[in-house]
Design a protein around this ligand. Structure first.
Ligand SMILES: [Zn+2]
Length: 235
């Protein structure tokens, strides 16, 4: 069967389009991470597909929300004894109430994380302290990993950013040779983080998830599917 695949960006939504021998446009949102796919008849042009997607944007967002909630980690209260993940390792949380100094999270030893906060700090503010900690963890790691993979696949990456994103682990700005990584990755193991880095760097060479895109992954990271599966497991 003749098929043709390409990627379409409608606002912040990335859509995999596949043209094949069918009669009608068909839209799907897939678990676990809310990937959007449109199957289209061969003769429907890109503008029509784009318009179709724009009209369905609300439906897409609602479905993504439902599905992504399923993979997001169980909500945390940031109280003593809770488990938290850092770079794929599980730690138990200890709380130390402080009366001066800054709020922070420290890795105490192999088993425990220490959250230093003032008494009465809200859950939301505790979460913010964690976000800062996670950001620092990623910044300590990413430059080296990005350099490693840019060298391997011979692509240049001018910059990276860490953002909180609800629908994806990473994205890229091809025109700027820039990749964007989800802050949540700080909870994941290094092999899983490397999969996302390689995926996004590969987009700087291949916009679409086409054969040559998959070939690059297969060549440089033969176990990428395992890594992707682990990545999407709930913590
Ligand atoms: Zn992609």
């Amino acid at each position: 069967m003749v098929t043709e695949a390409f990627k379409l960006n409608v606002l912040d939504v990335e859509i995999d389009v596949i043209r094949k021998d069918i009669k009608h446009l068909h839209l799907s949102v897939y678990p676990p991470n809310g990937r959007v796919r449109i199957a289209s008849p061969m003769d429907v042009n890109e503008d029509t597909i784009r318009l179709f997607a724009i009209n369905k944007l609300k439906w897409i967002r609602n479905n993504q929300k439902k599905q992504i909630n399923q993979i997001r980690q169980t909500p945390r209260e940031y109280i003593a004894g809770e488990s938290h993940w850092v770079l794929g390792k599980r730690y138990l949380l200890e709380i130390e109430y402080i009366t001066s100094g800054r709020h922070e999270v420290l890795i105490k030893n192999k088993k425990f994380l220490l959250l230093k906060i003032r008494k009465g700090t809200s859950t939301k503010n505790r979460a913010n302290v964690f976000d800062e900690f996670y950001r620092t963890q990623l910044h300590a790691l990413l430059p080296e990993l990005i350099e490693k993979w840019t060298k391997k696949i011979k692509v240049s990456c001018e910059e990276y950013a860490i953002l909180k994103m609800n629908t994806k682990w990473g994205s890229c700005v091809i025109e700027k040779n820039k990749i964007i990584l989800n802050l949540e990755l700080a909870k994941k193991s290094i092999p899983e983080i490397e999969y996302v880095i390689l995926h996004e760097l590969t987009h700087l060479l291949e916009r679409n998830h086409n054969h040559s895109f998959i070939n690059i992954l297969d060549n440089y990271m033969p176990d990428w599917k395992n890594r992707r599966r682990n990545l999407n497991q709930r913590l």
